[in-house]
Design a protein around this ligand. Structure first.
Ligand code: SME
Length: 150
């Protein structure tokens, strides 16, 4: 399990003063991905138009480029504004499998200032039921610290 206190401190130091969304996403994708062996794909999908996500910085194998809000776990997070904690991706209607090895997934909406939806953070694991509410809450806090004033 990740030491989220140390991870948040490291991310705060690395991103201090930075306001460029892509630079921030690239830094978080790297630090999050390498912080925990459960994380087999870690990346962002950005809101690029009405009801449309496009891939952003990520770590791991190839990710699909475009996701409408109507599809997938990422689309559900963007559409509802709610965290998607998926213990079994095969049981999630409309899950988009970028890799056949993915077993569980955690997707969080990313909000800027004024609760503006910027995109989503997607973390896939090859382990079943890999993610917990503790992961979701800690990552929500990190995302708010980094993107919440943009
Ligand atoms: N599984 C996601 C798609 C993105 S790939 O996992 C990187 C979904 O269902 O939205």
């Amino acid at each position: 399990m990740t030491d989220y206190v140390a991870l948040a401190a490291r991310i705060a130091a690395l991103t201090d003063g930075e306001t460029d969304e892509v630079a921030l996403m690239a830094t978080l994708a790297c630090e999050l991905h390498h912080s925990d062996a459960r994380f087999d794909w870690t990346g962002f999908y950005r809101v690029v138009g009405p009801e449309l996500l496009k891939i952003g910085p990520y770590q791991g194998g190839h990710g699909c480029l475009v996701i409408p809000f109507a599809r997938g776990v990422c689309g559900a997070a963007a559409r509802t504004g709610d965290v998607q904690l998926v213990p079994d991706v095969d049981a999630f209607p409309g899950h988009i499998a970028c890799a056949s090895s993915t077993r569980s997934e955690l997707v969080l909406p990313v909000f800027g200032a004024g609760n503006r939806l910027i995109g989503v953070l997607d973390i896939d694991s090859n382990q079943p039921d890999a993610f917990t509410v503790t992961d979701a809450e800690a990552l929500k806090g990190i995302l708010s610290d980094v993107f919440g004033t943009l």
